[in-house]
Design a protein around this ligand. Structure first.
Ligand SMILES: Cc1cc2nc3c(=O)[nH]c(=O)nc-3n(C[C@H](O)[C@H](O)[C@H](O)COP(=O)(O)OP(=O)(O)OC[C@H]3O[C@@H](n4cnc5c(N)ncnc54)[C@H](O)[C@@H]3O)c2cc1C
Length: 362
């Protein structure tokens, strides 16, 4: 398997019975599994759960049944979500059933996957983090909860849902999965250096990659400092957000993502209903609107429940993705990527970031 086929889903890490797999960060700032050959017992469990090695297993049992646009009618909930707040509605449904919700949250400035049993804890998962999350042992934790008969809602990127499903190897009636329409993920090592270099000495209280204060179509990166100060930039005016949006330091597997399309292993796929004004104009209000694809019977049941708290309507999914290509295709690999990492070998981090963007923004 080529290195660039590894999505870093960490199914192998979760499956290893004796901790012989460690995730190590490479020069590009992404983590990859390394096997300790001294302790490895050659059980083959890591290979058996690797989605990238299961090449013949791309066909899903069910395809997209129906697609919707819409948003949560509670304005307070929608304001702090990145799109139309479908996620918190699904989470509430699961929590009300005594279940466990998995999602991505900050741990300091790092992004990690974690679990929540209360809506307060679920709140930390709200908001898109444009950095690859560390899955940790959440696949194991999800299995433990399912084996105890609990409801589980696992949310993540398409490659992470593939990783979870490959790890679990069997269907659980109470498992519900939601993946996101994904642009590609930013390299955690670049994000962490960016914070250390460009926000040096500042204690960070809160990060919001998709702040909607200026409107959903004019998202801003907002970093709040513990001392009360705030950094606020539009994506193209910030070094990290620029590099993320211009596809410069995404994980290498993202440029040829294998988990795009309408045929997915998740129950629901959610993303931004970009271009909604063209095909469902009554949803245009610039406060955040979701595009939802229902892939399974379980997804249909879940969406029937959460849509009671939404304004939504069915749409032609094929038409909707004309304005949101990331549902079906990967971003192109830009020559600027190679240039950035070459610069990083020669110059300081600050200078490399500034050279890539081409102008100062401080
Ligand atoms: C890296 C990334 C790229 C994206 N690219 C696109 C795109 O190109 N087009 C598009 O339409 N939508 C994209 N999205 C999805 C979109 O931004 C919203 O996250 C999604 O529509 C859910 O919105 P919401 O209002 O329902 O959820 P919110 O209430 O905002 O909840 C956010 C949800 O996203 C999960 N999440 C946040 N960050 C991460 C992360 N780093 N890794 C895994 N899960 C995470 C949380 O666990 C939670 O389930 C992307 C999201 C991410 C994280």
């Amino acid at each position: 398997m080529l290195k660039r086929e590894c999505t870093g889903c960490m199914a192998c890490y979760n499956a290893c019975p004796n901790g012989s797999i460690k995730m190590k960060m490479d020069f590009e700032g992404c983590t990859y599994p390394y096997i300790n050959s001294r302790t490895c017992i050659q059980c083959g469990k890591c290979r058996a759960v690797c989605p990238a090695l299961q090449k013949g297993d791309k066909q899903q049992p069910e395809q997209t049944i129906v697609s919707y646009v819409g948003y949560c009618t509670d304005e307070k909930i929608r304001r702090t979500s990145s799109s139309g707040a479908v996620f918190p509605l699904a989470a509430k449904w699961c929590i009300d059933k005594g279940g466990t919700v998995f999602g991505a949250r900050y741990d300091g400035i790092r992004v990690i996957h974690s679990h929540a049993e209360t809506m307060e804890a679920v709140g930390l998962f709200k908001g898109s983090k444009y950095v690859q999350s560390n899955i940790g042992i959440t696949y194991r934790q999800a299995r433990e909860a399912l084996e105890k008969g609990k409801y589980v809602l696992y949310t993540g990127l398409p490659c992470q849902i593939e990783g979870l499903k490959a790890y679990l190897k069997k269907e659980y009636e109470r498992l519900y999965t939601i993946d996101l329409i994904c642009h590609g993920v930013g390299a955690p090592g670049i994000w962490e250096k960016y914070i250390k270099v460009f926000h040096r000495g500042k204690k960070i209280k809160h990060i919001d990659f998709k702040n909607k204060d200026a409107g959903w179509n004019k998202e801003q990166l907002v970093i709040q400092y513990a001392n009360g100060g705030e950094y606020r930039r539009f994506p193209l005016d910030d070094y990290y957000d620029y590099g993320f949006n211009q596809n410069i330091f995404l994980r290498s597997s993202c440029y040829d993502c294998q988990y795009k399309g309408f045929n997915r292993k998740s129950d629901l796929t959610i993303g931004d209903a970009w271009g909604v004004e063209k095909y469902a104009p009554r949803f245009r209000d610039d406060k955040g609107c979701s595009l939802v694809f229902v892939h399974s019977k379980r997804g249909k049941e879940l969406f029937e429940e959460i849509s009671k708290k939404m304004k939504c309507e069915a749409v032609d999914g094929k038409k909707a993705v004309q304005y949101n290509q990331r549902m079906i295709s990967s971003v192109p690999e830009t020559p600027k990527r190679k240039e950035f990492y070459e610069n990083l070998r020669k110059y300081s981090f600050r200078l490399s970031m500034m050279m890539t963007k081409g102008k100062k923004n401080e």
